[in-house]
Design a protein around this ligand. Structure first.
Ligand SMILES: O=C(O)CCC(=O)C(=O)O
Length: 288
């Protein structure tokens, strides 16, 4: 069998850069033909999930003004599954985490509407009740994303800072605004803006601090993301977490089950069977 590195197409230089910087932009990872299939499939899934919501941006809460979030789309939209379990992406996750097997943590659409606010600087790990930090996310735009259009920035090297503070993006959970970037432990680290072309993907480690700017364009910034987790992780806390509660995982137990299927290695075209119980239509309770 081919290794994760071989299947991902990543070079050792790219893997080293990810480990040093905590993020990695990969250009031309997808073909136009793939994006012409995946983009409309995710658009249709988001339309379906948000069909009851006709509120203008100004009537939404701060969190919702950050982006429209629809999670676990592969579960009820089978045409999204080939994207979520795309071999190159899943193999890249295994290669970047340097493990033999990864599971899906979740997929989600993050659509930033015209006028949508910035995404506050945060790291993903504190949102996730997982006992190890061996998770990697991938952020995939369906069209070029430039400065002022919801572009991502990453604090280079911050995944090694030891910081694990929770940032309540958009104060959804009643937290105070928290400017993580002012933390003196991060002094000297550079916030790197990463414009991304259609066809590219940006990987980031679960502990890498990142943010996105507001969307000052007149078009929705359409992005799909997945997070993959090293096999062998356990639930670390018992506070409510839909996808773990659904599979009956208690604190300390291995995270397995239909909601977190093996994503690599997988036989070509062999997508996992989705769970029978579905989650909320849109994704409140931001999870990274
Ligand atoms: O797309 C955004 O605005 C934020 C994305 C993000 O936080 C993530 O992918 O973890």
């Amino acid at each position: 069998m081919r290794t994760a590195k071989e299947q991902s197409g990543l070079s050792q230089l790219q893997i080293d850069a990810f480990q040093r910087d905590g993020f990695l932009l990969v250009d031309d990872l997808f073909t136009d033909e793939e994006l012409d299939r995946f983009g409309p499939a995710v658009d249709a899934a988001v339309r379906h999930r948000t069909s009851d919501d006709h509120r203008p941006l100004a009537s939404k809460n701060l969190y919702e003004q950050t982006f429209v979030q629809c999670m676990r789309l592969w579960e009820d939209h089978p045409q999204v599954a080939p994207f979520t379990f795309h071999t190159k992406l899943c193999a890249a996750a295994a290669a970047l985490l340097q493990v033999d097997c990864v599971r899906l943590w979740h997929d989600q659409a993050l659509y930033k509407e015209p006028g949508g606010r910035k995404t506050d600087a945060h790291l993903d790990y504190p949102f996730w009740p997982v006992d190890r930090t061996d998770l990697v996310s991938v952020w995939i735009p369906f069209a070029d994303v430039h400065p002022g259009g919801g572009m991502m920035s990453y604090l280079r090297g911050s995944h090694l800072s030891g910081i694990t503070e929770f940032v309540d993006i958009g104060q959804l959970r009643g937290g105070k605004p928290y400017e993580l970037l002012q933390d003196e432990r991060l002094a000297g680290m550079a916030l790197i803006p990463v414009p991304a072309k259609r066809g590219s993907a940006i990987f980031h480690h679960a502990c890498t601090i990142h943010a996105a700017d507001r969307n000052d364009t007149d078009r929705t910034r359409r992005v799909f993301t997945m997070a993959y987790m090293a096999d062998g992780c356990r639930r670390s806390r018992d506070d409510a977490y839909f996808a773990l509660d659904r599979d009956g995982h208690k604190q300390g137990e291995l995270i397995t089950g239909a909601g977190h299927p093996v994503a690599w290695p997988l036989a070509a075209g062999d997508f996992p069977k989705p769970p029978s119980v579905l989650g909320p239509k849109t994704g409140f309770g931001y999870s990274g």
